[in-house]
Ligand binder design. Structure first.
Ligand SMILES: [Zn+2]
Length: 497
C-alpha cells in the first residue's frame, strides 16, 4: 500500500476524527525531538509539540528504554570521563573505555563465529534464555467492560523460555504458571529441543554436530548451574560428543539475539487484545513468529511454539552423581564466563588437571572442565578441573521417564483463581470466557496429575562406543582458550562415599 492510500485509510477518514478511541501504540524509546526530526518540513517544532501533547500523547507513546542492567565498567568510565577536567586524563579514560568495548566486541565476535554454523557443521551454538521481562497474564480483555474489574485479581502469568539451535530451529516454550523456572525446567527444554533436532538430522541425512556450545545470559543461579553443568557432562559422555561448553556474556552486555527476538514478540503481544488461556498464548505467539519481518530475521530456522506443562526431575536425578560445583559461578564480574567440558584424553597433555578427591582413579573418559574468565580469552584462568569421573555413568539410575509431580498453588491462591472464574461467568458468558474458566479451574485444582512427557530417543541411546572408534579430538583445534588472572576459583567438590 502506498503512503498516500495509507494516509487516507488511517488518518484522512472519519476514523481519525476521534483519535481518543484509537488503541495505544508504542514507538521505540526516544523523545519528541527525534520524532520531529523525521517529520517532513513545513511545521514548526512548537506547533508539532502542541498538537502531540493535545491529542496524541496518550495514543502514540514512546516505549521505555529496556530495564537491562548497565555494565559497571561502562558506567564507571563514562562518569570518570565527565568528571575529569584534565585533557590527558580524559584521553587515558577514553582509551581504557575503548579497550573495554573492544574486549566485549571480542566476545561478540566469538559468539557470531559460532552462530554462523550451518546444518552439517561440527559445532552447534545454542542460545537459551527466559523471557522474564514480560509475563502474559490470562485472561486479557482489552476494550471490554471487564478490563477494570480484572486488574484487581492476581491472574496467572505465563513466561516464555527460548532455545535457539542456530541453523536449525528455535523453540519457544510457554511455561505452565505452576512450573518452577529451575535447572530441571531448563534441562527439559534443552533435551526436548535437541531430541527434535536429532530427529531432523536423521530424516535429512545430516550429521549431528560433534560439539555443542550453549550460550546463556549472565543471570543463572548457582544451583541452576549445578544441574545444567552436570547434564552437559552427562550428554558429552552419553552421546560421545567431542566437546560441550557453556558461555556467558559479560554482565551489562548480555543483550543478545534471543533478547532481540523476545523484544519483537513482546512488542507484538502488546497489541493482542484478548488472551483466553495458555493455548491462546501459543496461538498468538505462533502467529507473531510467522510474520514476515521476524521470519526474515530468523533465516531458515523453523520456529516451534509449544506449551511446557511438565518436566523430568533432572535435579534430583543428577544428584546421584556425588559432586557439587562451587566458586566462579556468581552472577557478577567475579565469575568465570566460559566452561568447556572435554574428556581427559582430549585435554592437551601439558596441562595439569586438578581434582578435589583421590577417590576417583584416572580414566580416559573422565570429564574435565576448562575454565576461562571470558568467552573470548585465549588463556585458561586456572588449571583444568575434574568435574565428572567416567565412573559416574555407572552411578546414575536410568533417566526418569515420569514427570515431576505438580506443585499446586496454596489454598489462598486457589480461592482467588476460582473467584476470578466466578466473576467472569457472571458478567461475560462468551466462548472465550468458557475457555478461560476451564483454564482457571485447572490451575485451581488441589491435586493435579502432571501432563505426560514426550518420549526421548536421542538422549536415551548411549553412543559412547561409536566415539571410541573415532580418532581422538585434536587439541590444536581448541582455539579461544586461555589467559587472564582468575578471580574466583571454580571447584568440583566430591562428596565422601
Ligand atoms: Zn561495559
Amino acid at each position: 500500500m502506498g503512503s498516500k492510500s495509507l494516509w487516507t485509510q488511517i488518518v484522512d477518514t472519519n476514523w481519525a476524527q476521534d483519535v481518543s478511541s484509537l488503541p495505544t501504540r508504542y514507538l521505540p524509546p526516544g523523545n519528541l525531538q527525534m520524532l520531529y526530526s523525521q517529520c517532513p518540513g513545513g511545521m514548526s517544532y512548537s506547533h508539532f509539540t502542541r498538537r502531540y501533547n493535545h491529542r496524541w500523547a496518550n495514543i502514540l507513546r514512546f516505549a521505555h528504554p529496556t530495564n537491562f542492567p548497565a555494565c559497571d565498567d561502562c558506567t564507571a568510565y563514562k562518569t570518570a570521563f565527565e568528571d575529569s577536567t584534565d585533557a590527558l586524563d580524559k584521553f587515558t579514560i577514553s582509551k581504557q573505555y575503548k579497550s573495554h568495548l573492544d574486549a566485549v566486541g571480542e566476545d561478540r565476535k566469538f559468539e557470531n563465529w559460532l552462530q554462523d554454523s550451518k546444518p552439517g557443521d561440527a559445532t552447534l551454538l545454542i542460545h537459551a534464555d527466559g523471557m522474564d521481562q514480560s509475563k502474559w497474564v490470562v485472561p486479557r480483555r482489552r476494550h471490554h467492560l471487564l478490563t477494570k474489574s480484572l486488574s484487581k485479581y492476581d491472574r496467572p502469568k505465563s513466561k516464555l523460555q527460548g532455545i535457539w539451535l542456530h541453523g536449525f530451529a528455535m523453540f519457544l516454550y510457554v511455561l505452565e504458571p505452576r512450573l518452577a523456572g529451575d535447572g530441571s525446567m531448563v534441562s527439559e527444554c534443552l533435551v526436548r529441543s535437541l531430541d527434535k533436532m536429532h530427529e531432523y538430522c536423521t530424516n535429512h541425512n545430516i550429521a549431528f554436530p560433534r560439539r555443542v556450545m550453549l550460550w546463556v545470559d549472565n543471570t543463572v543461579k548457582e544451583s541452576k548451574n549445578n544441574t545444567v553443568y552436570k547434564l552437559l557432562s552427562f550428554i558429552l559422555l552419553q552421546k560421545g560428543l567431542e566437546l560441550v561448553g557453556i558461555c556467558m556474556s559479560r554482565v551489562g552486555h548480555t543483550h543478545g539475539c534471543l533478547d532481540q527476538c523476545f523484544g519483537i514478540i513482546s512488542r507484538a503481544m502488546k497489541f493482542v487484545d484478548d488472551l483466553a488461556d495458555d493455548d491462546d498464548i501459543v496461538e498468538k505467539v505462533t502467529r507473531i513468529v510467522q510474520k514476515v519481518n521476524l521470519k526474515a530475521w530468523l533465516g531458515s530456522a523453523t520456529v516451534y511454539v509449544e506449551k511446557l506443562e511438565s518436566v523430568r526431575d533432572f535435579k534430583s536425578w543428577l544428584e546421584h552423581a556425588p559432586v557439587r560445583y562451587a566458586g566462579a559461578l556468581k552472577d557478577d564480574i567475579s565469575g568465570a564466563h566460559s566452561f568447556v567440558f572435554l574428556r581427559r584424553r582430549d585435554v592437551p597433555t601439558h596441562l595439569h588437571i586438578s581434582c578435589s578427591s583421590d577417590r576417583w582413579p584416572e580414566q580416559s573418559n573422565d570429564v574435565i572442565c576448562l575454565v576461562k574468565r571470558f568467552a573470548s580469552d585465549k588463556n585458561l584462568s586456572q588449571d583444568p578441573v575434574l568435574v565428572w569421573p567416567q565412573a559416574f555413568m555407572g552411578l546414575l539410575p536410568p533417566l526418569p521417564q515420569e514427570p515431576r509431580p505438580v506443585r499446586c498453588f496454596d489454598v489462598e491462591r486457589r480461592k482467588k483463581l476460582l473467584a476470578l472464574a466466578d466473576t467472569l461467568l457472571n458478567t461475560d458468558a462468551t466462548e472465550s470466557t468458557g475457555r478461560t474458566v476451564r483454564y482457571l479451574c485447572k490451575l485451581a485444582a488441589a491435586h493435579a496429575e502432571p501432563a505426560p512427557l514426550p518420549r526421548l530417543t536421542w538422549l536415551l541411546n548411549r553412543t559412547v562406543d561409536e566415539y571410541d572408534a573415532l580418532i581422538s579430538f585434536d587439541a590444536s583445534s581448541i582455539r579461544h582458550m586461555q589467559h587472564i588472572v582468575p578471580q574466583m576459583r571454580f571447584a568440583a567438590l566430591f562428596k565422601k562415599a
